[in-house]
Design a protein around this ligand. Structure first.
Ligand code: F6R
Length: 575
């Protein structure tokens, strides 16, 4: 995914505002970035540096997550037409770009990047030779296959043309400024009034107003919606990295969500419980960390007699049979993950019922759901998801509690706080892992998804190969890889004899075992992280928090760029 921003302002603004707004979307992509302020088209590689000369009344900007074409200056957005007059930014994937490109090359267009996006600039240049902008946009919607949120700017013209299909796009109206962006983070500190684009809609955005249109070019009246979004300080403050800041926020964010499930979100929560009770089949759809939280949810619900399936959203269509009695629960921090959206489209086509559990309000997943709950974790600036995982898992535990799972959630935040106080101890253990080439994390039952989540965090942040697996699967092959000194993190819930025996198996092969356990008898082992709770549900969440800290400190020890996995700072002005 990439992030895009466009600003049309009644009064001149410093061009740096484009980068300032873009910086808030950097979590969506951080390979390269660029902007066009009507005069200057500037591109850079690496993290966004919020500095730019000059002033503008209209401008567009883009932060890239590379898909088509490597991380190079040429592939960075914005892209311009041959004559440099038409400048575009794009988030999404143009599936038929090769055909479009061939035909534009035949018409004499010269391409300078390997991206799928550049065809848009040339397509507009060609179309505008004989047609009005509105007709070109209507043709564009017919000719282009794929997903897109596109902003088009024409030199010397003070309008931005914004077009959307399947990639998010929202217009915020702030004092004298119309800001169009991939999500409300871009302007949530400036306004709480926004209009959300639907698929195949486009808008003409001017300094003094805007107009939406449908795919046939008919005007669409779109009232501004007021959105509520906590304006948290997104600064790191005293923390070295956002990841650490966000882990440290977990006690507050989990309390905030649990409180809201008893108060303002109570009606929605009660409806969700009713839906779960009345559904013949329940399927979770999610990716990455959210998938691991969903797996944990499946475990919690299974324990109280509710069978669910958890599917990775990118495989959803291949494994799910959906009908009117199926409840699909989409778990997504951003609410914008394309694989999740795709799975939900399939669910909607098959007439399933859809519930969204998201962190970003007004996101696409939320808007595709008949009922939506918010995990209220606040903005996750770090690309690695941490506090959202805790709140997702706590939400699912709360649902299971409604069906009889015995757990006291009132002291969950206190337990997390207690664990976070042990960070120096965890750091010492993590620093020993930092020396390893491979790490294995084993769990059983509820700790299996946690093992996978810890492995994902270690891989993503410290770039150490890590595998999270079921302890029972070790003997079926993977144990061959355990050698003297191989770090194995064992997640031991109470006295679970099976995982204890798996731990002994790896120890017998010389593994360096680190235990994360709530079993007091294991608390004094040399590399033990002791968790204070005798409740299974809470143990799962707390063990994941310990794993987040391990991943963080291992990465910090190795000097990895934790908040942004790549840093290729280099800058050049194109025009
Ligand atoms: C890992 C991570 C990703 C996301 C995944 C799904 O730290 O952040 O694995 O969990 O991309 O994203 P959402 O939850 O936004 O759908």
């Amino acid at each position: 995914m990439c992030g895009i921003v466009g600003i049309a302002s009644r009064n001149e603004f410093p061009s740096v505002l484009l980068l300032d707004r873009l910086k808030r979307l950097e979590y969506r992509g951080y390979d390269s970035y660029g902007y066009f302020d009507g005069v200057r088209l500037k591109k850079s590689l690496g993290n966004i540096e919020v500095s730019a000369p000059g002033k503008a009344r209209i401008g567009i900007a883009h932060t890239r997550w590379a898909t088509h074409g490597g991380v190079t200056m040429r592939n960075a957005h914005p892209h311009a037409s041959c004559d440099g007059r038409i400048v575009i930014v794009h988030n999404g994937i143009i599936e038929n770009f090769e055909d479009l490109r061939k035909s534009l090359v035949r018409q004499g267009h010269r391409f300078s990047s390997q991206t799928d996006s550049e065809v848009i600039a040339h397509y507009f240049e060609e179309g505008l030779k004989s047609k009005s902008i509105k007709v070109v946009i209507k043709d564009f919607l017919k000719a282009f296959i794929g997903t897109f949120a596109v902003l088009v700017q024409i030199k010397g013209n003070d309008e931005i043309y914004a077009i959307k299909r399947d990639s998010p796009l929202v217009l915020g109206v702030a004092n004298g400024k119309n800001i169009v962006a991939s999500d409300i983070y871009a302007f949530s500190d400036m306004t709480n009034r926004a209009a959300f684009f639907e698929n195949d809609e486009f808008a003409v955005i001017r300094p003094d107003g805007y107009q939406f249109f449908d795919r046939r070019g008919r005007a669409v009246q779109k009232p501004l919606q007021k959105f509520v979004w906590e304006q948290e300080a997104s600064q790191k403050k005293a923390f070295k990295h956002y990841m650490l800041k966000e882990i440290m926020e977990e006690p507050e964010t989990v309390d905030r969500m649990l409180f809201s499930l008893e108060h303002e979100q109570k009606p929605a929560f009660d409806r969700l419980i009713k839906l779960v009770r009345g559904s013949k089949k329940i399927i979770f759809a999610s990716c990455g960390t959210s998938y691991h939280a969903s797996l944990l949810g499946s475990y919690f619900l299974h324990r109280v007699g509710i069978e669910t399936q958890t599917l990775i959203a990118s495989e959803f269509r291949h494994y799910a049979n959906i009908d009117r009695d199926t409840l699909v629960i989409a778990l997504s921090q951003s609410g914008e993950t394309m694989d999740v959206i795709d799975g939900l489209k399939y669910a909607a086509e098959s007439r399933g019922r859809i519930v969204g559990i998201v962190n970003v309000p007004y996101s696409t997943v939320q808007r595709m759901s008949e009922l939506s709950l918010n995990i209220l974790a606040g903005q996750e600036v770090c690309v690695a998801s941490t506090k959202a995982f805790v709140n997702q898992a706590a939400m699912l535990l709360k649902i299971a509690q409604e069906f009889g799972f015995r757990v006291n959630l009132d002291n969950l935040s206190e337990r997390i706080r207690g664990l976070l106080r042990k960070k120096a101890e965890i750091r010492r253990i993590a620093e020993t892992i930092a020396k390893a080439g491979d790490v294995y994390i084993i769990g059983r039952g509820l700790t299996y998804p946690v093992a996978r989540e810890i492995a994902l965090k270690i891989k993503e942040i410290s770039y150490i190969h890590a595998e999270g697996m079921m302890g029972g699967e070790l003997k079926h092959g993977t144990i061959a890889l355990i050698e003297k000194g191989t770090p194995v993190i064992s997640l031991i819930n109470n006295n679970d004899p099976d995982i204890i025996s798996n731990t002994k198996e790896v120890e017998a092969r010389g593994a360096k075992v680190i235990t994360i356990s709530n079993n007091p008898a294991l608390a004094n082992r040399p590399d033990a992280i002791a968790i204070r709770t005798d409740n299974d549900g809470k143990f799962g969440i707390l063990a994941a928090v310990a794993g987040q800290l391990i991943a963080y400190y291992a990465a910090d020890k190795l000097g990895r760029p934790i908040d942004k996995p790549r840093n290729l700072a280099k800058s050049v002005t194109v025009k």
